[in-house]
Design a protein around this ligand. Structure first.
Ligand code: SF4
Length: 326
C-alpha cells in the first residue's frame, strides 16, 4: 500500500451552539475519511456549499482545531500526539493560503517583509543573500519578482497579484502540502482561473499537494485530480475528478454538477440551496433525504454506509446514480 502524506480517518468535529443546558450539538464534520498518497502530488478539491464543514475540516488539518473523534496523521505522525510533530517541522511541511489576501498582510507593512520573515525565521535561509534568492525564486514561480514587489504595500496590488504573493510566501518553506481555503473567493472572476492554473503548475514543479477548499465548482472541476464533496459535514462522494464529472454517483453531486458552467456558458452565480437548518446536521439517517428526489423509506431509517465504486471512488448513498456495473 502506498505511503500516505495525509490520512484523515473517521474524523468528526462537534460544536455546541446555544447555552450549556439548552444548547444543541452541531456535528460540523461527521465521520470523514480521506487520504493523500506521499509519492504522487495531487490537487484534492473539497467542495460543498457554505456550512458543509469544509473550512472546519481544513482547520483540523492545519491543527487550528482538534478533532473530537478519529485521527489525522501527516507523514505517519498523529496530530493527537503533541510530541510526535515538532511545530517548526509542521510549519515547513504544511502551509496555508487564506481567502482574502488583503487580510493576510498588514496594510502597514511592505509585503516582501513577510516573505523574508518566512525565509529567515524558519531557518530556510541562513543570511540575507540566501533569503533574497529564495524570495525572488518563489516570486518568479508565481509570475512576479522581488524587483517588482520590493517595498510595496498590499494596497498597491490587485487581489489576484496579492494572492500570488501569498502563494509565493507559502512556497518558501518547500511544503509538502498547501491548504488553500477559498483562495479565489475574493478575487475578480477573470483572475480565478489564473490562480488555479498556478496550482497545477506548482504541483508538478514543487511536488506539492494542494487541498483546495472551495464552493467554486467550475474551478474545482477544472483543477482537481480528486474531488471530495461534503454535505452537512458528511463526505458524500469522493473520487477522481474526471470520473465524478462524467458520472456523478450521489444525487447531491449531480445537483452540484448541474450548476457548473459549461464551455460557452456565461459565468453563473453559485448554486443556491434552501436555507440550512441546524437539525439537518444531526439527522441520524441520510442527511440529504429531505431534499433527495430518489429518497426511499430505507434512506429515512439509517445513515448509508460508504459504498466503493472503484479502487479510489466511494459514495455515501443507498441508491447511487452510478455503480461499478455502470
Ligand atoms: Fe438520496 Fe437515499 Fe442516496 Fe440519501 S441515501 S442521497 S436519500 S438516494
Amino acid at each position: 500500500m502506498a505511503e500516505k502524506l495525509l490520512e484523515v480517518k473517521n474524523v468528526s468535529k462537534i460544536f455546541r451552539i446555544g447555552g450549556m443546558l439548552r444548547g444543541k450539538k452541531l456535528v460540523a464534520v461527521d465521520d470523514v475519511t480521506l487520504s493523500i498518497d506521499a509519492d504522487k502530488p495531487v490537487i484534492l478539491s473539497v467542495v460543498g456549499e457554505s456550512g458543509c464543514g469544509k473550512s472546519t475540516l481544513c482547520k483540523m488539518i492545519l491543527r487550528l482545531h482538534t478533532a473530537d473523534m478519529g485521527t489525522i496523521t501527516l507523514n505517519g505522525k498523529d496530530f493527537a500526539d503533541k510530541k510526535s510533530y515538532d511545530p517548526l517541522q509542521f510549519k515547513l511541511d504544511v502551509q496555508p493560503i487564506f481567502q482574502n489576501p488583503y487580510e493576510s498582510f498588514s496594510a502597514r507593512k511592505a509585503v516582501d517583509t513577510y516573505l523574508f520573515n518566512t525565509a529567515l525565521r524558519l531557518g530556510i535561509a541562513k543570511n540575507k543573500d540566501e533569503a533574497n534568492k529564495l524570495v525572488d525564486d518563489a516570486l518568479k514561480s508565481v509570475g512576479m519578482s522581488l524587483a517588482v514587489v520590493k517595498g510595496k504595500y498590499p494596497t498597491q496590488f490587485s487581489g489576484g497579484e496579492l494572492q500570488r504573493v501569498s502563494i509565493a510566501r507559502a512556497l518558501i518553506t518547500r511544503p509538502k502540502l498547501i491548504i488553500a481555503d477559498e483562495p479565489v473567493a475574493a478575487i475578480d472572476a477573470s483572475m480565478k482561473m489564473n490562480i488555479v492554473n498556478l496550482f497545477k503548475d506548482l504541483k508538478d514543479k514543487y511536488k506539492v499537494s494542494f487541498i483546495y477548499i472551495t464552493h467554486d465548482l467550475s474551478t474545482a472541476y477544472y483543477v482537481s485530480d480528486y474531488i471530495a464533496t461534503l454535505y452537512r459535514g458528511c463526505l458524500i462522494e469522493y473520487g477522481p475528478a474526471k470520473e465524478i464529472m462524467d458520472n456523478p454517483a450521489h444525487p447531491y453531486t449531480e445537483l452540484l454538477m448541474n450548476a457548473v458552467p459549461r464551455v460557452g456558458d456565461k459565468w453563473k452565480e453559485d448554486l443556491v440551496m434552501p436555507e440550512m437548518e441546524d437539525k439537518e446536521y444531526s439527522i441520524s439517517y441520510c442527511k440529504f433525504a429531505p431534499r433527495c428526489p430518489y429518497a426511499t423509506d430505507e434512506c429515512r431509517k439509517e445513515r448509508p454506509k460508504e459504498t466503493f465504486l472503484g479502487p479510489e471512488r466511494k459514495v455515501l448513498c443507498y441508491h447511487p446514480l452510478y455503480t461499478k456495473e455502470g
